[in-house]
Write a protein that binds this ligand. Structure first.
Ligand SMILES: [Zn+2]
Length: 367
């Protein structure tokens, strides 16, 4: 946890303030009956000690320390004691608004990420557990613990024409990984690492530059250890898909209960095996994301292997984008398809379960 200003730091800043311009009053977070002034950067907020002390032990300690020092009496704003904090004014503003107004209006999309990030960091630093819990609950919808929640998240990132566009909806996973590490929110990491692992290795290594930025100082990159863990996890995921194709799809036999097996027509007799052969071909053909632009996403590819057999038009999960990927002749019978669906579900559960291990994340529990 970061150290924040105490009276000792305040004393240093008092001396600077004599010669530099005084802080400016925040237009909103200023209360006529406020009894403490918080200064962050060049902005001051006049707020209520009782509220701060009720929610935050570190802030209470900071205020108590302030009262105990003689130096603090030398420096006041509007006649109120001044607690200087080493936060960004924008971050502190979001945090104070959350304390006064709650967090119900905060969205967890990419537009609100700056707010979410400030709230998670400051609620952690100032130990305001209820704000931290609320923010983590919201973030867990996008970076979930469960595969079923991941599927909802993925569906929400697919537009009405069937095009998958997570980057226009959700924050970039590099931002989330760095935030989760900084705040100890480790349960967000498995899905964030998996999301990132679907990018190309060069994109992962280069980092994330927010749209519209030209300044390289705004580039977000992973720590070396996290970069290595992402690439390692990416290899695990890719191997998992290959193993699934070999074990469950390539040369898959018809079910013992196959209804076509005893057909006298030699073509009909083999139709279930032929379906699995065609599915294998489709999966391997798109292993680099040429068809659906969903490269390195085994959770998706494995589900798609199942969906392309069940959809009436054989389009699979790609919707309009992957139309007609399996000929209508390729339909496994119900018992063969049911057996395959069971294998698909088991493989996806297994993959999800392995995420923390693959990406080097130490979690007390994971589904
Ligand atoms: Zn069959």
């Amino acid at each position: 946890m970061d150290d924040f200003s105490t009276n000792r730091h305040a004393e240093n800043l008092i001396k600077i303030d004599v010669t530099s311009s005084p802080p400016i009053r925040h237009p909103d977070l200023w209360f006529g009956d406020g009894n403490i002034v918080l200064v962050a950067g060049e902005i001051y907020f006049k707020v209520h000690q009782g509220l701060l002390c009720r929610h935050s032990t570190p802030l209470q300690e900071g205020i108590n320390a302030l009262e105990a020092t003689e130096d603090a009496k030398l420096y006041s704003i509007e006649g109120k004691p001044v607690l200087i904090l080493n936060d960004q004014p924008k971050d502190l503003c979001h945090f104070l608004l959350a304390l006064y107004d709650g967090v119900s209006s905060v969205k967890h999309d990419n537009h609100d990420f700056e707010i979410v990030s400030a709230l998670l960091r400051l609620s952690t630093k100032y130990r305001v557990q209820h704000i931290r819990n609320d923010i983590l609950r919201g973030m867990s919808m996008v970076w979930p613990r469960n595969l079923s929640a991941w599927e909802f998240r993925e569906a929400d990132a697919t537009d009405s024409t069937g095009v998958y566009k997570p980057r226009s909806v959700y924050p970039h996973p590099i931002l989330v990984i760095n935030l989760a590490k900084e705040t100890g929110a480790l349960e967000l990491l498995p899905s964030a690492f998996y999301d990132l692992s679907r990018c190309s290795a060069s994109e992962i290594a280069t980092g994330y530059l927010p749209p519209g930025s030209t300044d390289r100082s705004e580039l977000h990159t992973l720590a070396d250890e996290d970069l290595l863990n992402t690439l390692r996890g990416r290899e695990h995921a890719s191997r998992f898909l290959s193993t699934f194709v070999v074990n469950e799809l390539e040369g898959r036999e018809a079910s013992p209960n196959c209804v076509n097996k005893s057909d006298v027509d030699p073509f009909r007799k083999r139709i279930c095996q032929a379906t699995f052969e065609a599915t294998t071909f489709e999966i391997l053909r798109d292993v680099n994301g040429v068809v659906l632009h969903r490269s390195s996403d085994p959770l998706f590819a494995i589900m798609d292997a199942d969906l392309m057999q069940t959809r009436a038009d054989g389009s699979g999960a790609g919707g309009a984008g992957g139309g007609g990927r399996l000929s209508l002749l390729h339909r496994a019978c119900e018992p063969c398809r049911m057996e395959f669906t069971t294998a698909v579900d088991a493989a996806r559960d297994e993959l999800w379960h392995k995420l923390p291990y693959w990406f080097g994340i130490n979690l007390p529990s994971w589904p």
